[in-house]
Write a protein of this length. Structure first.
Length: 299
């Protein structure tokens, strides 16, 4: 019998995507950071969802309730940012043991609400269910101007690859709890150097860049010396661990100088889009080798 482990996370998603019905108003369904839906007018509707499960994404002994709630919403805001959009409305569903303290659940809600206020998000509903461990699911709506939406596909040979911050070892540094979704950076990029492709880094640089390369039907050459590593992080952690939630994006060569010169944000140039279908790395010792486009997978 074939199992989810046999398929892998993305194999399962690919198989599931072939079975479902998609309406004509769906501009982009499965396969990007959010769904994109045409509801008329000048904006697209964005829709994303993220689930945090106790024992997989967090431990009560290692995170405060407020940190758990903040992260639950922040992950979805990061997806909206990766499309160039603004988050607007959220519904939050919670599964929890019946004997859990009310104070802990209130703390999770407090963490959600603090971040929601910061980004102007209205939490408008949700659901609750009894479960043996805590599960939090956030569904988040957003909006983006039709002429400003950015997809994972669209990178072209010669485009320059950038990231918005340091990568690797996000669990030890606790960055995965305190990261600020890059909504402001995305808006700056769209106004000043429209990215040709963009996504957030949740599963590792190599794995997530692989999504851009496969959907854009191109390859890439990264330079080890230019990849910004978080303090104490290794190159392997930056490539494959994930939970950094920085933006990964490509721009045309003519727009790259705008990114390099700006003082408003720090952007890191890490490589170039090339022809082919491989991810290559120029290492500090001068060797050039292929890098596997793998990152964190749930199954």
């Amino acid at each position: 019998m074939e199992t989810l482990h046999d398929l892998g996370e993305f194999g399962f998603i690919e198989r599931f995507a072939k079975q479902i019905h998609i309406g004509r108003d769906v501009v982009k369904g499965i396969g990007d950071d959010t769904a994109v839906i045409d509801v008329g007018g000048k904006d697209y509707l964005l829709l994303t969802t993220d689930m945090l499960v106790e024992g997989t994404h967090f431990l009560r002994t290692m995170m405060s309730p407020q940190e758990i709630g903040r992260k639950a919403l922040a992950c979805s805001i990061s997806d909206i940012a990766a499309m160039g959009g603004d988050p607007t409305y959220a519904v939050v569903s919670l599964g929890a043991p019946s004997n859990i303290s009310a104070q802990l659940i209130e703390g999770i809600g407090e963490g959600i609400n603090i971040l929601a206020k910061e980004f102007g998000i209205s939490v408008v509903g949700g659901d609750t269910v009894q479960n043996s461990r805590i599960i939090i699911n956030v569904a988040l709506l957003g909006k983006v101007r039709k002429d400003e939406v950015v997809y994972r596909k669209g990178a072209k040979r010669g485009d320059i690859i950038f990231v918005t911050g340091a990568l690797g070892d996000s669990f030890k540094s606790r960055k995965h709890l305190y990261f600020k979704p890059c909504v402001a950076q995305a808006h700056f990029l769209i106004r000043h150097a429209q990215p040709t492709a963009m996504m957030d880094i949740s599963d590792g640089l190599a794995g997530d860049l692989g999504h851009i390369l496969r959907q854009s039907k191109v390859g890439a050459l990264l330079k080890e010396a230019k990849i910004p590593l978080a303090k104490g992080a290794t190159l392997q952690q930056a490539l494959h661990d994930g939970e950094d939630f920085e933006l990964l994006f490509t721009v045309r060569p003519a727009d790259a100088d705008t990114i390099r010169r700006t003082k408003r944000f720090r952007f890191y140039e890490i490589g170039t889009i090339v022809s082919g279908n491989s991810l290559m790395m120029l290492f500090k010792n001068g060797q050039k080798r292929k890098v596997e486009m793998t990152g964190f997978e749930h199954f």
